[in-house]
Design a binder for this molecule. Structure first.
Ligand code: ZN
Length: 263
């Protein structure tokens, strides 16, 4: 398939819609940990507090036209804002190509949007707010309704496996090291991932997330020469990455892995 095909009309449409929702995710990431409303007031510059007019709040484009600076105080705007907008837009397009327009695509888009929000809050504050993860467990438990491959049993098993297994690992870690290795936030996040992906998705996510997290941790240790016990690496983004990998390639990767294990 030619690369040009990827810029078809529907793909462009979902890219733009996704970027606009990414813009809203930026607001959530910034305001939810501070217990501020995500609806009111409208967007404002975090430095000079001036409200941003709508024509300066167009995803990605405004950042480019304003050369990454606030229109009023000219202080630099974090590159993370347009990055999250593009990222959300790209996931919307990828989901469109994977599932086609429909309930599955919509379901996974909401799910990935929540994972993006949780990941960046976790990176900034080392917390995963209950106000997102707990309603998330309930909302994404609708997976058996929206996703053809899921059943009620699979949804419930996913929630309990996600919450339970990580709790067991956290408890074991606590017994061995007498310190908390994993936050309660990660456990609720994994229960939410379990609600969406079922028991297979949960174990895939733990496996892939731990692999990503360990790899990243080793890189940071080599790079900064800070000892393992002093490092505070949030686990949420890696679990999220694992879950997203499962949505797109989980089935193929599991088949591939099982084929390798066979003698
Ligand atoms: Zn400003």
């Amino acid at each position: 398939m030619m690369i040009f095909d990827y810029f078809s009309m529907p793909a462009m449409f979902f890219l733009i819609i996704g970027a606009c929702i990414g813009s809203f995710l930026n607001v959530c990431i910034y305001r939810i940990p501070e217990n501020k409303s995500i609806v009111f007031p409208g967007s404002f510059c975090p430095v000079c507090k001036k409200s941003i007019p709508f024509y300066c709040n167009i995803p990605v484009l405004s950042y480019v036209f304003l050369k990454g600076r606030c229109k009023f105080c000219h202080k630099p705007i974090s590159i993370r804002y347009p990055f999250i907008e593009i990222l959300t837009g790209i996931f919307a397009v990828l989901l469109f190509y994977k599932f086609g327009p429909g309930w599955a695509m919509a379901y996974w888009f909401v799910f990935i949007s929540v994972l993006i929000t949780i990941s960046f809050i976790d990176i900034d504050h080392q917390i995963i707010p209950d106000i997102i993860s707990l309603p998330g467990i309930l909302i994404f438990a609708s997976s058996f309704y929206f996703l053809p491959e899921m059943t009620i049993k699979d949804t419930l098993l996913g929630i309990f496996a996600g919450g339970g297994s990580l709790y067991a690992v956290a408890y074991l870690y606590f017994l061995l090291k007498k310190q908390e290795g994993m936050g309660g936030g990660d456990i609720k996040l994994l229960a939410m991932i379990g609600a969406a992906t079922g028991i297979k998705g949960v174990f895939f996510t733990i496996f892939a997330g731990s692999l990503f997290g360990t790899f990243f941790g080793i890189l940071i240790m080599i790079y900064t020469k800070i000892a393992d016990s002093k490092l505070k690496i949030p686990f949420g983004p890696f679990l999220s990455l694992g879950a997203i990998l499962y949505i797109f390639f989980g089935e193929q990767l599991i088949q591939w892995y099982l084929a390798i294990l066979k003698p």
